[in-house]
Design a binder for this molecule. Sequence first.
Ligand code: TRP
Ligand code: ZN
Length: 473
Amino acid sequence: MTRRAGALLATLGVLGCGATGEPSQGATGSDTAPTQTAAPGVGAPGIGDPDFPLDGNGGYDVAHYALRIGYVPARRQLDGEATIRATATQPLSRFNLDLHGFEIGAVSVDGAAATFTREGDELSVTPARPLADGAEFAVRIAYSGKPQPVRGSSNLGTYGFIPTADGAFVTCEPNGAKTWFPANDHPADKATFDFEITVPSGVTALANGELVSRKPAADGGTTFTWRESHPMVTYLATATMGRFTLREGKTAGGIRNLAAVDPRFSDALGDLYKRSGEITDHWTTVFGRYPFSSTGGVVDDFTAGYALENQTKPMYGGFEPDQSIIAHELAHQWFGNSLSIERWEDLWLNEGFATYAEWMWSEHSGGTSAEERFQSAYSRPASDPIWSYPPGDAQPDDLFNESVYIRGGMALHALRKEIGDGTFFKLLKTWAAEHEHGTVTTEQFTALAERLSGKQLDTLFDVWLFKTGRPAV
Ligand code: TRP
Ligand code: ZN
């Protein structure tokens, strides 16, 4: 589901994608961009994000991923079969998917054997017969091997499918979905997902959305079937596995709630369940209706030290989350997950909003006010790195810079003071409602802020998002 397929294709035409000569950034892996320009009938190797030229792919739009995965933690072995339903957005004699590692067993398109080649993380598929523009097709890929997470450069750390002692911790932002399934691995193409995950007995597999069934598998293991029926970006998909203790129910507001913790964190289960429910309900009063079928959270015994807002199941890596980080990850269910960014440079639309949500939660729950949080960030010295990094243009080699979070949050507070609480909170709800399950850009947000406030806000956004130096207040 690509919102602006036309615009993205236009971008590809102009830049020739991967033909710009830009090397891909460390975070995308170590491939160099292929030198060929996408020829007629050949899908481009990237979706058209100038900062990540090989992420995603051109020429088609995915509607649905059906993933069948068997994983044996003791051997770190994954056997996968992905069936991807998509629509061609141009004539295609060949198209690409993103996949990192693995042996490929067989590839077929619409049931007919297809040939393929691989170069770095690009898998190029040539169907037996070319696909016409607008054709719906299903590509099936059987693959197996030991998953290799991405070791990102700079502040990204390791992400993707990360094996743990009892399973795997699967957190994929920005482009680690390709470490466990073939994907159009870029947030500009959302799709629905089915997961059928078979693990040894005693192991629980947690994926996005709802548990459809849990059945004994032929070889003595267990098969967990999960379904995410709302559009989802690839980096939010998870198949986290291990020993887990679960608590299930509903929030006071009636939203399904599932908390799961590794036995090492069993003391945290009650609090995680209760807080996740309470905070989700509160955000519905601030951001509007909850966009997905359930909420909750997962604490795994893997010391990542970070959390990721995996759709319906935020994941906390090896620590007991406090209210603030729960408020952050659950705010992402609206900002980042329901509304997803079309290009990585707009990441502040996720992280600035989620950071500001922490400040709003603090204010709501009787802690420090958002104004105090703003003032304390504002008082950072002029030499602080957040003043030299404009958050509205997130840098591919330093995507998750503190500025994208903190100065992004400050931009929202500055906006709130400029347009007043009434308009600001109406803006948050309108933004979330108008783009529910869509993809968004900064320009769309600033245009909506101007429309609702009736104010010219160019200077405000410019100094907070796009200029270096501490803005005057
Ligand atoms: N989006 C996460 C947050 O701020 C941070 C993050 C980025 C992350 N990349 C990641 C977490 C990879 C886990 C894995 O909430
Ligand atoms: Zn975040």
